[in-house]
Design a protein around this ligand. Sequence first.
Ligand SMILES: [Zn+2]
Ligand SMILES: [Zn+2]
Length: 375
Amino acid sequence: MRVDLYELLGVSRNASQEEIKRAYRRLARDCHPDHNPGSAEMEDRFKQVTMAYEILSDPSKRAQYDQFGTVRPGEGLGFDRFGSVADIFEFFFGGGFSGGPFTSSRRRPHDPAYAEGEDIVETVVFELKDVLEEQQVSLKVRRLEVCPKCQGSRTEPGTQPSRCQQCGGSGMVSSTRQTFLGVFATSAPCPICNGSGQVIESPCKSCHGTGVTARDRTVDVTIPAGIVDGTVMRLSAAGNAGTGGGRSGDMLIRVRVKPDKVFEVDGPDLLAKLPVTYPELVLGTEIAVEHLSGESLRVKVPRGTQPGDVITLRSKGLPRLSGGGSGDMHLQVELDIPRKLSKNEKQILMSLLELNGKKRLNTGKPRPLRKPQIT
Ligand SMILES: [Zn+2]
Ligand SMILES: [Zn+2]
């Protein structure tokens, strides 16, 4: 059944936010379950009115409703987050309220010991060469696990928690309040049992009633080849155990890859400089280059190679984390100028200079630093 939210609140389609608020305030007071004990009809109406208000009071949800006649499921239909009438007061009359009207009364888990387990963060550090292959890592961690003796119940085996005397086991204590809107019954979690309705008189001796114990564990992890520095891997629920039904935390493994002395990393590619002497550049040569893996690579430097030219060795980079294959190795040629010369070398170079020098005087022309740009 499609209900018209404006009709529910008894306002027109172009009602202002103020009118909507006023209409809701009146209706909420009339149909609140605390005012109509035992009336399922009124409770139902109260839920509908609240839902209508929650949507129409939010400009974006209202716009969505106006356009589509609905809002996305799970959005705005937050009646279960709506506690007692005290929350309405908090909303309408309480000070310093920001955000959505019903965020303050989130439903609390029933068990007062409820807590989600914390994440464990571990860091592993690799050399760049380790990235070439898959790595097996054993991490020694100390983590909280569910107490094996009491299975997390926190009570000594063979004993039972007893019913809370204060609230008679209901977990709630109620009181009435006089306000200018009338008398309201409000209820709050019992301060003795924190709302659980139970009191543990014989806590588990093994975990001292916490439900968890610290354990030293070795966790084996496989780090895939090609892992990138800074990657955080998540092992779901391998962190500290939660309590009172709370979920376990995760184990986060942060991978650091140390910078290599020679190779720079650019995605899956490796970058380095390759010093080559003048005669080698002029005549062409083959140079042995040591890869990260220790493998010797034969690098062909073609005749007439210029300093700054880049020689690419296909698939000699790092493995790609996704999709297989490897990146490339790019070697930028650099002119290797010797600082010391033998007598013989010097003589050869002198005669070369004489030869070239004559040529340069005849043909040498300065060239611009950069290609001139026309703007
Ligand atoms: Zn225990
Ligand atoms: Zn109690």
